[in-house]
Design a protein around this ligand. Structure first.
Ligand SMILES: *Cc1c(COP(=O)(O)O)cnc(C)c1O
Length: 217
């Protein structure tokens, strides 16, 4: 089923939209099935889980961190991931930069936007994203490449549109200012239930788990 699910979604994505297979709690065999169906980017939420899987699955695919990163895991994360989609504080940016410098790595990062301004959620408010970007430019081993958002948890995915729009607006605004200086090109929005809405609102990176692998156990 994984192969059919993956290819079915892939066939519906417009050109230029990339698919991250969100693989938390999935086995190495499930991930391998997605890769043989064409998956090129695997998303993981936890550093330890990703480390174990990368050791077996290998590095022919890209590994994205899509879950919240604790500061004490930054060092390990820098060694494992090809992109960190969840940069959500200045302090974390500084630590990541330091760890990257130690191993001479340039880390692609996305700024996580708290698009609905939810108090309990991590992330930078959409209005503050440009200022935050400006502040992290001093960290020369980070490569800011775009924005990521989860959006609020809603029963009706149509309700996500305003938050996706806000994030897209902020992405475009930043592109105007920084497009010539940075490789600013990823807007990561949309999951199993919401990717179609996110595509309509201009995402180019969707993170899909359940619709590829089935319900999580
Ligand atoms: C789990 C997860 C996804 C995928 O969610 P599904 O509903 O299973 O598609 C996407 N993004 C993040 C940050 C996740 O943690």
């Amino acid at each position: 089923m994984i192969k059919e699910n993956f290819q079915n979604i892939l066939s519906q994505l417009p050109p230029g939209v990339e698919l991250v297979a969100a693989a938390k709690e999935r086995s190495v065999d499930e991930i391998k099935a997605a890769i043989s169906a064409g998956a090129r980017i695997i998303g993981e939420n936890y550093v330890k889980e990703a480390k174990d899987k990368v050791a077996v699955v290998g590095r022919d695919v890209k590994w994205h961190l899509i879950g919240h990163l604790q500061k004490n895991k930054a060092k390990a994360a820098v060694g494992i991931f090809d992109m960190i989609e969840t940069l959500d504080s200045l302090e974390l940016a500084g630590i990541l930069d330091q760890e990257c410098k130690r191993i001479n790595k340039f880390m692609p990062v996305l700024i996580e936007v708290n698009s609905a301004g939810e108090l309990q959620k991590a992330g930078i408010l959409p209005e503050a994203a440009e200022k935050f970007l400006k502040q992290i430019l001093v960290f020369s081993n980070l490569k800011p490449m775009g924005l990521m958002t989860m959006g609020p948890w809603l029963d009706d995915v149509e309700g996500l549109r305003p938050y996706f729009k806000k994030t897209k607006d902020s992405f475009e605004q930043i592109k105007k200012t920084y497009g010539s200086k940075l490789d600013w090109r990823y807007l990561s929005m949309g999951m199993s239930s919401s990717w179609k809405v996110a595509v309509e609102e201009g995402t180019n990176l969707v993170r899909i788990g359940t619709a590829i692998f089935g319900e999580r156990r």
